[in-house]
Design a protein around this ligand. Structure first.
Ligand SMILES: [Ca+2]
Ligand SMILES: [Ca+2]
Length: 210
């Protein structure tokens, strides 16, 4: 018993002292802010951004959506580690039209390994222009939009109706059977207690994405 405790103790101490080391921070500089800001970014939102990324060490540009992506901005979801941690930390409370410069330490970027053109232990500098904000698929707003009768749960009919609208928005032709299959697979995954409804909790609970 005592032996086991002794084995556990150093691990515990490591945890505690680890917590005392300050978390690496992203430096955020707001370069430009629009006059009108109807909403600000929050976790779960989908952000459309133009960006250029540089190595702080020598100023090399490793990526630019203007030059390397046919001048097309890119979508990413905030707060789910779709991009580097530094973006999740540095792009909160941002308005559409806003421009920010982020200085991201390696621990919040590509760390010890680096990636592609980015050498290990690189501090990165990003110039980011936020073009558009949309409700992410897991947001509270999306749930309310889907819950047509406001009973705080989604029926198969409600999910189907939502898919129909979404597909039409994106110009896809509507195929009933395809929707049925899609709805079934969504419920299989999301309806955890199998009561035939997706509750608000089941909907907003993010399984292992975070
Ligand atoms: Ca409902
Ligand atoms: Ca359920």
């Amino acid at each position: 018993m005592m032996e086991r405790l002794l084995l556990v103790l150093p691990a515990l101490l490591a945890c505690v002292s680890g917590a005392l080391i300050p978390e690496p921070e992203v430096q955020i500089k707001v370069m430009e802010k629009p006059f009108i800001c109807r909403r600000k970014t929050k976790n779960g939102d989908m952000l459309l951004v133009h960006f250029e990324g540089f190595l702080e060490s020598n100023g090399t540009r490793f990526h630019s959506t203007y030059a390397d992506n046919n001048n097309q901005p890119v979508w990413f979801t905030l707060g789910i580690r779709e991009a580097i941690k530094g973006w999740d930390k540095g792009l909160k409370d941002m308005c559409a039209g806003e421009k920010r410069k982020l200085i991201v330490p390696p621990a919040l970027a590509y760390g010890k390994e680096g990636k592609g053109k980015i050498p290990p232990e690189s501090t990165l500098v990003f110039d980011i222009h936020l073009i558009e904000i949309r409700n992410g698929p897991r947001s509270h707003e999306s749930f309310q939009e889907m819950d047509l009768n406001d009973d705080w749960k989604l029926s198969k009919e409600e999910v189907k109706a939502y898919l129909k609208v979404e597909f039409e928005k994106h110009g896809s032709s509507v195929n009933e059977t395809h929707h049925e299959v899609l709805v079934e697979s969504i419920f299989e995954k999301e309806d955890e207690d199998s009561d035939g409804f997706i509750s608000a909790r089941e909907f907003t609970y993010v399984h292992d994405e975070l």
